[in-house]
Design a protein around this ligand. Structure first.
Ligand code: HEM
Length: 377
């Protein structure tokens, strides 16, 4: 996929003046010549630092009159994350689906009470690989509006739909990229999730259902997707995202048992729609709290990182991938392998923005005993 995009850029750039580079498209993976042509077209913005934690992290009405649901219009971008889609549909994020990472952190905190450490960590990880580091903009999906300049901008431009750098396989309600659509709500998967909720959760989604369904989605991808990949960072995000509905989609006034009604679940997963009178969580769910949920999901079915070897049912463990025993390796491998691999040609302003974003990304790990990877030169 990344290669397809690169060749698309290469073709477009070969024809002078035809292509106006979208301000939110990622510069990752571009050659020095492509960067030389594109960067002068961009309006470079001073990067805002990530916001701090909420001053008042208590539960509160978030589907309020200032944040009504409005379904996205034809040119509004939506993507694989039901949380961000919801934040955009309720105006916590710009409704066109293009935002700066600091806006995304603020919105995830304000709208869902996501903890500051995980909001910063996830957002800057995504921005480093899928966002534009010079304009400080990230698309929460991938499709460029077809109404671009004449001739129109290319139909697909990076963003969070980009496969394999952040978005990955075995999602709860989205299909694997191998099957052609990695970002749209998938009714068959939601039906399966509902069946699991009936079997293991008395009709609701909870951590027991999450444990069984996470395992099922992995087994399903092993059996049906020859390219199935389940290594870091996807390994971590897949488990974390199985906890997110319990952390963030359950009304904050429900504090005894964290169970998610399946009608409410459909509203979030399918439509990015908060229920009427929805209150955000009554606690900030940070790395520690989400990590606790991951433990509960992982323990009954401890799958180690790996990938299919190009054939169905060929899952092979990858001892080099970070796993739950070493959280700092998730960070160091992401920086040294994923990000470094995407920016072999960064110099000047791009190199500066890259290093500044890497600093922001490391911020939440300072207190967790990890050592910062030295700045790129
Ligand atoms: C509190 C805010 C958030 C909530 C409630 C949330 C919720 C979720 C959930 C439930 C999924 C799993 C979807 C599925 O498997 O069907 C998911 C996926 C995803 N989220 Fe979020 N998320 C939030 C914040 C973020 C942030 C801050 C980012 C990055 C900027 C992000 C990026 C993604 C991406 C790229 C996926 C797709 C993963 C994949 O399918 O491979 N999310 N999110």
């Amino acid at each position: 996929m990344a290669r397809t995009l690169l060749s698309l850029f290469a073709v477009l750039l070969a024809v002078d003046g035809v292509f106006c580079f979208p301000s939110y498209a990622s510069l990752a993976g571009l050659s020095a010549r492509q960067l030389d042509e594109i960067i002068p077209q961009l309006t470079i913005r001073t990067l805002a630092s990530p916001p701090g934690p909420l001053e008042d992290p208590s539960a509160k009405l978030v589907n309020d009159p200032a944040h009504p649901f409005i379904a996205p219009g034809p040119n509004d971008i939506r993507g694989p994350c039901p949380g961000l889609n919801t934040l955009a549909n309720h105006g916590y994020l710009p409704r066109n689906g293009i935002a700066s990472p600091s806006e995304i952190v603020s919105a995830a905190q304000e709208g869902f009470n996501m903890g500051n450490d995980i909001a910063v960590f996830v957002t800057y990880a995504a921005h480093l690989v899928d966002g534009n580091l010079l304009t400080d903009l990230l698309s929460i999906g991938g499709k460029t509006p077809e109404t671009g300049p004449d001739p129109p901008a290319p139909a697909i431009v990076g963003g969070l739909d980009t496969h394999a750098v952040f978005e990955g396989d075995a999602s709860t309600t989205r299909g694997d990229a191998f099957f052609g659509d990695n970002h749209s709500f998938n009714e068959s998967l939601f039906d399966e999730l509902t069946a699991f909720s009936n079997e293991f959760g008395a009709g609701s989604y909870n951590l027991s259902v999450a444990a069984e369904f996470r395992f099922q989605r992995i087994q399903d991808s092993i059996a049906t997707n020859p390219n199935f990949s389940f290594i870091s960072p996807r390994y971590y995000t897949a488990y974390a995202e199985s906890v997110f509905p319990i952390a963030f989609f359950v009304d904050g006034r429900i504090t005894d048992t964290l169970t998610l009604d399946m009608t409410v679940a459909r509203g979030f997963f399918q439509d990015g729609h908060m229920p009427d009178n929805f209150f955000r969580s009554n606690i900030s769910w940070g790395l520690t709290e989400i990590g606790g949920g991951i433990d509960i999901i992982f323990t009954p079915h401890p799958i180690e990182p790996g990938a299919n070897a190009g054939a169905l049912d060929s899952y092979t463990l990858d001892p080099n991938s970070a796993d739950f025993t070493d959280f700092c390796k998730l960070y160091t491998d992401f920086v040294n392998i994923t990000v470094r691999g995407l920016y072999p040609n960064a110099t000047g302003a791009l190199l500066g923005a890259l290093n500044q974003n890497l600093d922001f990304f490391f911020g939440p790990l300072q207190s967790r005993g990890c050592t910062q990877v030295p700045a790129f030169v």
